[in-house]
Design a protein around this ligand. Structure first.
Ligand code: SAM
Length: 450
């Protein structure tokens, strides 16, 4: 049987989609190749959120075409996911050696299309259609890959996005919001727990919009909170996380869920995008800076010590120095544990790409540096605040960089390294934090008698 290598660009949803495709192929008898060069099939699962991610995948494919045609003439090459969806057959027109282009609602068709391509029945396949119920097809898990995946797993609860932020390509690449049912998700989560998983992260483009159309509120609880409640009831599961939410999804029911559900980890990644109300409106975000601050305040009251991270875009069209200063001021006020900062990247067919007053690249760079300096300074101070503290971690497995060290995460989602062994894997354990590194804590389990 053939071997496959999948390279993934972009977000955790893309990682999850790749895992599901790999698991579907393994179930059909494929093996997972250790490198691209050793694979019969190489698939690039792409990201379109910024131009840089698209260019990386295109350059990678160019290189693959060069080596494949020289060293492995029969190798099948394919694009999957968001860029495949947005560019479609144009990808084959510019690079005719590409065999497969598979959109975001067609991941589950990979095996049948690869069969046809490997058998020489078809030369090229492009499928970027809409497919009803495709949201429920991302359900197979590998788990037998790295040790880490057997302790902690990602579950895709929905697909698509209806928010239409003016900068964002996602509604066009992922389609309309479609949610899986609670019973279907419970079955998947229970199976994972039966296979040894102790932490589940629920995934969606806007995870807090889960089930909005199909599942009515019940006793003041949104569909998403009802799902959290249901998953919380699974015996043997220790921790629940979710990403990415939208600030508008933080109703009181969700804030209360943090206090009410002990398995729900006190960590929240809440994309801010900008601290300026004027820009939030132009971005079509649907909240103000005051509302954002209110959510943070409520969450911290409900769960002191909650880890709060965010996404921010600098250089959105029309962003003035004053707007940017408001973002800096908000970051000082909130004291995020970490923030992912993105330089605005115009995306095709999005309203912001056609807005006046596009910010010059040099100013985007400069603001990126200034904000990064501030965010890193705050984050380092917060990391130092952990020294001497006792924290609970879930041990995921050996560290990738140093096999003598084991790695785990705190409930507030910080990585902790410690001198461990295989017996620690999958354990919830306490460590005392001794020192910090760059976005890492170093802990000592010996101190607490393990
Ligand atoms: N759920 C998230 C939200 O509420 O906005 C969306 C996740 S998005 C795939 C990841 C991040 O990419 C966004 O939060 C945003 O900061 C960034 N992003 C999206 N479009 C962008 C663009 N055109 N330029 C730069 N950054 C962008």
């Amino acid at each position: 049987m053939p071997s496959v290598f999948i390279k993934t660009y972009g977000c955790q949803m893309n990682e999850r989609d790749s895992e599901a495709v790999a698991a579907q192929l393994v179930a059909k008898g494929y093996s997972l190749a250790p490198t691209e060069a050793a694979a019969d099939v190489v698939l690039l699962n792409t990201c379109s959120v910024r131009d840089l991610a698209e260019q990386k995948a295109i350059n990678k494919m160019r290189n693959l075409v060069g080596t494949a045609r020289k060293d492995r003439p029969g190798q099948i090459l394919g694009y999957l996911g968001c860029m495949a969806q947005s560019r479609g057959k144009e990808l084959i027109e510019t690079l005719p050696d590409v065999d497969l282009v598979l959109g975001t609602q067609k991941f589950h068709r990979a095996a049948e299309y690869l069969d046809e391509l490997l058998a020489g029945k078809r030369e090229h396949i492009v499928d970027i259609g809409v497919e009803a119920k495709s949201e429920a097809t991302i359900r197979e898990h590998l788990l037998n890959g790295s040790a880490k995946t057997s302790v902690s797993a990602f579950v895709s609860i929905m697909q698509g996005c209806n928010q239409y932020c003016t900068f964002c390509i996602v509604p066009y690449t992922r389609g309309e919001e479609r949610s899986r049912t609670i019973p279907d998700l419970l079955t998947e989560c229970r199976e994972l727990v039966a296979r040894g998983v102790r932490e589940i992260t629920l995934l969606g483009q806007i995870v807090t919009s889960y089930g909005k159309r199909d599942i009515p509120s019940l006793e003041g609880k949104s569909a998403f909170v009802q799902l959290l409640d249901a998953i919380h009831g699974i015996d043997g599961l220790d921790r629940i996380r979710f990403t990415s939410p939208h600030p508008k999804g933080y109703g009181d029911d969700l804030v209360e869920a943090y206090a009410r559900l002990p398995k729900l980890c006190e960590s929240a990644h809440i994309p801010l995008q900008s601290g300026s109300d004027r820009l939030l409106k132009l971005m079509h975000r649907g909240y103000t800076r005051a509302r954002f601050l209110d959510i943070v305040e409520k969450l911290r009251r409900s769960k002191p010590g909650i880890g709060i991270t965010t996404d921010i875009i600098v250089g959105f069209p029309g962003e003035t120095e004053e707007d940017f200063e408001q973002t800096l001021a908000l970051c000082r006020e909130v004291q995020f544990d970490n923030a992912y900062i993105f330089k605005y990247s115009p995306r095709r067919d999005t309203p912001a790409a056609a807005m006046p007053d596009q910010v010059p690249q040099s100013i985007r760079e400069e603001r990126n540096h200034r904000l990064l300096d501030l965010v890193n300074e705050i984050a380092a101070r917060k990391y130092d605040g952990f020294i001497g503290r006792r924290v609970q971690i879930l041990v995921e497995g050996p560290s990738k960089k140093n096999a003598a060290r084991y790695t785990g995460r705190t409930r507030c989602n910080r990585i902790v390294l410690f001198d461990g062994s295989a017996r620690h894997q999958g354990q919830l354990m306490d460590v005392i934090i001794e020192r910090t590194g760059s976005f890492t804590l170093y802990g000592d389990p010996a101190v607490v008698g393990l």
